[in-house]
Design a protein around this ligand. Structure first.
Ligand SMILES: Nc1ncnc2c1ncn2[C@@H]1O[C@H](COP(=O)(O)OP(=O)(O)OP(=O)(O)O)[C@@H](O)[C@H]1O
Length: 233
C-alpha cells in the first residue's frame, strides 16, 4: 500500500529522515518506535503531505502523496491536538470529520454509542468546546475521529500518550479489532514498547532518521527492544 523510495528530509543541514526503501503492505499493523528526535513525526508529516521531502517519494497505492489527492479519500490520521478544530464541540467535530467520509449525522450518532466507555462520560453532551477539554480527552476526540470512518490507512502519532491506563487498554483493543476484522493498514508511533509490541505485527525502529530494525513481532520482540533501549541509556 505504501512504498517509500530514497526519502530524505533535511533540517539545518541534518538529515532527520533518511529511508532508502520501505514497503508497507495492505492490512499490516506497524509500530513506529524510536527515541525523541528519531524522525517519526517528520515521517508521518511527509506521508500526509504536510511537509515535502527534500528528496525521494512516498507512494500510497502507487500514487505520489505530494502529487495526487487520492490518498485523502481513504486515509485518516491523528498526530496532535493541532489537528482538532477547537472552537467546535466534540459532536460538531465528529459530524464534520464524518462528513469528509460521507458519513451522515445519524450514522455518526449511532457510531458514537460504541465509544461511550472510551469517552468515560467526559466528552459527549457536555456542552464543552474541544479547547476546554483536558489534553487526554482532546486526544480521545482526535483518535475516535480518525477511527470512525474505518479508513483503509490509519496513522496515529503517540496515541497512548496523555491517556489513562484503562483508556490505553481500550484503545489497544479497538485498534486490534480494526486490524484483524477490517484489515486496515495501521501505523502507530509510540514510546510504549509494551503497547506497540502487543498491538503491532511489525515494528520499525528509527534512529537518527534511519530505520535500523524492521522486525516481525514475536514473543521475543519486547525483550529485544528493551535490551536495545537499555544499552542506549
Ligand atoms: N520544523 C522543523 N525545523 C527544524 N527541525 C525540525 C523541524 N521538525 C523536526 N525537526 C527536527 O527533526 C528531528 C526529528 O524530529 P521528529 O519530531 O520527527 O522526531 P520524533 O521521532 O517524532 O520525536 P519525538 O519522539 O520526540 O516525538 C528532530 O531533531 C527535530 O528537532
Amino acid at each position: 500500500m505504501i512504498e517509500i523510495k530514497d526519502l530524505q528530509k533535511v533540517y539545518n543541514g541534518v538529515r532527520v529522515v533518511n529511508i532508502p526503501e520501505l514497503n508497507i503492505r495492505t492490512g499490516e499493523t506497524i509500530g513506529l518506535i524510536g527515541n525523541n528526535g528519531a524522525g517519526k513525526t517528520t515521517l508521518f508529516r511527509m506521508m500526509l503531505d504536510l511537509i515535502r521531502p527534500d528528496k525521494g517519494v512516498i507512494l500510497s497505492k502507487e500514487k505520489d502523496v505530494a502529487q495526487s489527492n487520492d490518498w485523502k479519500n481513504y486515509t485518516t490520521s491523528y498526530l496532535d491536538e493541532g489537528f482538532l478544530i477547537d472552537y467546535l464541540t466534540p459532536e460538531e467535530y465528529f459530524y464534520f470529520t464524518g462528513s469528509l467520509f460521507k458519513l451522515s449525522k445519524a450514522h455518526v450518532d449511532s457510531e458514537l454509542t460504541n465509544y461511550s466507555e472510551f469517552f468515560n462520560g467526559e466528552i459527549l453532551n457536555r456542552g464543552k468546546y474541544i479547547r476546554d477539554l483536558s489534553k487526554g480527552n482532546q486526544a480521545k476526540v482526535g483518535v475516535v475521529a480518525s477511527l470512525m470512518p474505518e479508513p483503509e490507512l490509519l496513522m496515529l502519532d503517540e496515541p497512548f500518550a496523555n491517556i489513562d491506563p484503562s483508556t490505553q487498554i481500550r484503545l489497544k483493543n479497538m485498534v486490534k479489532e480494526l486490524g484483524t476484522k477490517k484489515r486496515i493498514t495501521t501505523i502507530i508511533s509510540s514510546h510504549d514498547l509494551n503497547h506497540v509490541t502487543d498491538v503491532c505485527e511489525r515494528i520499525l525502529l528509527m534512529e537518527k532518521g534511519k530505520i535500523i530494525k524492521d522486525i516481525a513481532t514475536n514473543s521475543n520482540t519486547l525483550k529485544e527492544l528493551e535490551e536495545y533501549f537499555s544499552v542506549l541509556s
